[in-house]
Write a protein that binds this ligand. Structure first.
Ligand SMILES: [Zn+2]
Length: 377
């Protein structure tokens, strides 16, 4: 049976829901039709003219990138800018384009977990949670319909906590209502008497991005004309998505030795860092790509060192104590370098999900940035 882009999208959504992407992001299918069948796909961190040519030459049906090509609406689909020209070329050749970006950053076993894995960390967990990612849905259901409503909510994705599904709490009581003349009540009749009903208060945690789907399923399954329900913001965070990753090296090592390891594993000859190379480290926080907003989060989690990218000059001062000494080491290991293993991750994961599709990693280095190493300085 042929695999379509819709099938690939459904699988990616299960692992890295687009609802977990940052609000500025633009993830998912960017070019193409979702019913297109895919027998060969090219994986790349970024879309570049070299990747476009490679896709054409190797007859790929789809290019799947981490960084989206289209962030802002395009005003033209012409060959006048790099972005629109590449979009046009892909469309002309019938090649689809799909992006899994900050949703993959936020996924368990996504970008940062993979960075942690290749750096040799164990006991890896999220560095932080996604704030405001969960709401508590409370609905009052007549006892006769509790199974229908509960099942509908769970089938729509409500009640997932970590590795458990169908989680909910219910408690019985008595509900009451008085139908007005314009009502069409489940019990009694319009302009009728006060009705008292045996009801259940059903409580379910719902990921915020699944709320519209869950509410619609709940209302469809509920017998009342007006479904009494509350949507309550909670401090609880969705367990299967988060920020960055943190783990342990199996044995303590010096920061200097670890910097060497980072250079070698990430194939980056030059790193910018703050820290004492002779200091012993074991607890390591990571965030692939631009993660300087999470420096304090790494400090709060007692990381000995935090590795990310795009750290500006003044941000390096954030890890210095009152005497100007670093209380956590901070490494800027490069945006491309801390994310390029995402290509291998995607090839591996998608090959398991869709073995009949040929998943190929690009043979080009998609970063335009190079490091100049002076020979005589
Ligand atoms: Zn990135």
């Amino acid at each position: 049976m042929s695999v379509t882009i819709a099938d690939i999208h459904a699988a990616v959504e299960h692992w890295a829901p687009s609802g977990t992407a940052q609000s500025y992001d633009n993830v998912g299918l960017q070019i193409g039709r979702s019913n297109k069948s895919v027998s060969k796909a090219l994986i790349a961190l970024d879309l570049t003219p070299q990747v476009v040519n490679e896709a054409i030459e190797t007859r790929a049906d789809l290019v799947l990138t981490h960084h989206p090509l289209i962030f802002k609406p395009l005003s033209h689909l012409t060959d006048t800018s790099l972005v629109s020209s590449m979009a046009l070329t892909l469309a002309e050749h019938g090649i689809a384009l799909y992006a899994a970006h900050t949703n993959l950053d936020a996924a368990r076993d996504g970008v940062s977990f993979e960075l942690a894995r290749i750096l040799g960390l164990s006991n890896v967990e999220f560095l932080g949670g996604l704030k405001g990612s969960v709401v508590k849905l409370v609905v009052f259901v007549p006892t006769s319909h509790i199974d229908d409503v509960q099942n509908a909510i769970h089938a729509a994705g409500g009640g997932q906590i970590g590795t458990y599904s169908s989680c909910s709490f219910s408690h019985g009581g008595t509900g009451q209502f008085k139908p007005t003349p314009s009502s069409s009540p489940f019990l009694g009749h319009a302009a009728g008497d006060l009705e008292k009903v045996s009801e259940v208060r059903l409580e379910v945690e719902v990921a915020r991005w699944q709320l519209p789907r869950v509410l619609s399923a709940m209302i469809d399954a509920h017998p009342y004309e007006e479904v009494a329900h509350d949507i309550i913001p909670v401090e609880t965070e969705f367990k299967n998505a988060g920020i960055g990753a943190i783990g342990q090296l199996s044995t303590p090592t010096t920061l200097g030795a670890f910097l060497d390891r980072v250079c070698s594993v990430l194939d980056n000859p030059a790193l910018r860092y703050v820290g004492d190379p002779s200091k012993s480290i074991q607890k390591v926080a990571v965030c692939g790509g631009s993660g300087s907003d999470f420096i304090q989060l790494a400090q709060k989690n007692d990381a000995d060192v935090y590795i990310t990218a795009d750290v500006t000059y003044h941000r390096f001062f954030d890890v210095l104590d009152q005497e100007g000494m670093p209380d956590m080491a901070l490494i800027d290991a490069g945006h491309y370098e801390t994310e390029k293993m995402t290509e291998d991750l995607l090839v591996r994961w998608l090959s398991t999900q869709f073995p009949s599709v040929q998943w190929v990693k690009t043979n080009s280095r998609t970063s335009p940035v190079k490091t100049w190493t002076a020979s005589d300085v």
